[in-house]
Design a protein around this ligand. Structure first.
Ligand SMILES: [Zn+2]
Length: 228
């Protein structure tokens, strides 16, 4: 991330923190913000993974479900949200990710939408876009340490962060990562590895171990997993 990002998540959270995992663009196919088609489709002329949705959503759904599965195995209080309808025009419809996430946040939970970032010049890469809030917590800090840190007012404050919802960008839907996802021999492992990396960051974020004052390098090399 080349962006200047000055924030720190210090608020402590309970180990029982309720996580709601959402797939970016799950509710907005066919209208604005359907998600990136990816480099393979847009640049290289490959067939979409599923003609009914953007390639980004196809992968967002897979990673959402893998995160929830691995998270449950690791003892997290974690669930997926599926809007059930693919093209909701009104962002404030009660079924949208925004509405479900905002409700979850109001009840004291942690709602996060997973995205694969756009290829090439359209994307910036991995990182956590924090909510626009004073209460940034140790889970935010842990995810930012692991994936990178977007500024709080990224693009002037997106719809999700204005509703207290976190966005995790996984970068980018191009090159080696996209090829690894599309290749049936590596797909499962690429998705599981990404899910594990997210879950490890969540577990670390709700543990009482310090997630601060460590460099990104240390996290990348050691990627500590706390005992539970
Ligand atoms: Zn997206």
């Amino acid at each position: 991330m080349g962006l200047k990002s000055e924030w720190l998540g210090t608020e402590e959270v309970p180990a029982s923190l309720s996580f709601l995992i959402m797939a970016g663009h799950a509710d907005s196919q066919g209208i604005k913000g359907a998600g990136t088609a990816g480099e393979a489709v847009d640049i290289k002329g490959k067939m979409p993974m599923d003609s009914s949705m953007s390639d980004e959503l196809f992968w967002n759904l897979k990673i959402r479900d893998a995160i929830v599965q691995v998270g449950k195995e690791r003892g997290l209080n974690i669930n997926a949200y599926a809007p059930g309808v693919r093209n909701i025009v009104d962002g404030n419809d009660p079924l949208t990710n925004w509405s479900a996430g905002a409700r979850h946040v109001r009840q004291g939970g942690y709602a996060i939408e997973i995205h694969f970032d756009s290829y090439g010049e359209y994307g910036l890469g991995s990182g956590l876009i924090p909510p626009i809030s004073r209460g940034l917590n140790t889970v935010d800090e842990s995810l930012a340490n692991s994936f990178g840190r977007y500024p709080m007012f990224f693009r002037g404050g997106l719809g999700a962060p204005r509703r207290g919802i976190r966005i995790l960008e996984i970068g980018k839907l191009e090159g080696k990562l996209e090829r690894g996802l599309r290749n049936l021999n590596s797909r499962h492992k690429v998705i599981q590895d990404l899910a594990l990396r997210v879950v490890e960051a969540l577990v670390l974020g709700v543990s009482n171990k310090k997630v601060f004052n460590r460099s990104l390098d240390e996290v990348d090399i050691v990627r500590p997993v706390p005992d539970r």
